[in-house]
Design a protein around this ligand. Structure first.
Ligand code: ZN
Length: 157
């Protein structure tokens, strides 16, 4: 198990040091949305280019702790180029990963039944965050910001 945790830590650090899809997109046509986690001081700005029901491109800037920044990098890789239904499903799956059983963290073995870690790929690296509830807000910041941006785009059509 410790090897797996080492691997997860490696993935998080790698995305923190070399964030994917870093930068900005021209607005318009891209949609810009900002998120802030006052508990930790994390900030993220997400640029979304949605065309024909597909998230054609996503770029982001921001700063903050390693969890918030690596989570946004991991997110961008997981949703870029995907149909919006799939993006939404990935958001839901990640939020589920971050919310399961805060009250029964000791029963780690039961978690795998509820969230299929294989479907999550590298996102699974962030599962350890739920053991530190104060960091969950760091991990979900980019995801909440993405969801808000998609809602704004949907309501503006
Ligand atoms: Zn943070």
């Amino acid at each position: 198990m410790s090897n797996l945790e080492d691997l997860y830590r490696e993935i998080i650090l790698d995305h923190y040091r070399s964030p994917r899809n870093r930068g900005e997109l021209a607005t318009p046509p891209a949609h810009k949305v900002e998120g802030f986690n006052p508990l930790c001081g994390d900030e993220v700005t997400v640029f979304l280019d949605v065309q024909d029901g597909v998230l054609k491109d996503i770029k982001m800037t921001g700063h903050g702790c390693s969890i918030s920044q690596s989570s946004s990098s991991l997110m961008s890789g997981a949703v870029k180029g995907k149909p919006l239904e799939q993006v939404q499903a990935t958001i839901d799956m990640f939020k589920e990963l971050m919310t399961v059983h805060e009250s029964s963290l000791s029963k780690d073995s039961e978690r795998d039944d509820e969230v299929d870690l294989r479907k999550l790929g590298e996102l699974a690296a962030l599962q350890g965050v739920v053991k530190f509830p104060v960091r969950i807000k760091c991990a979900v910041l980019a995801w909440n910001t993405l969801r808000q941006g998609l809602e704004e785009i949907a309501s503006s059509i």
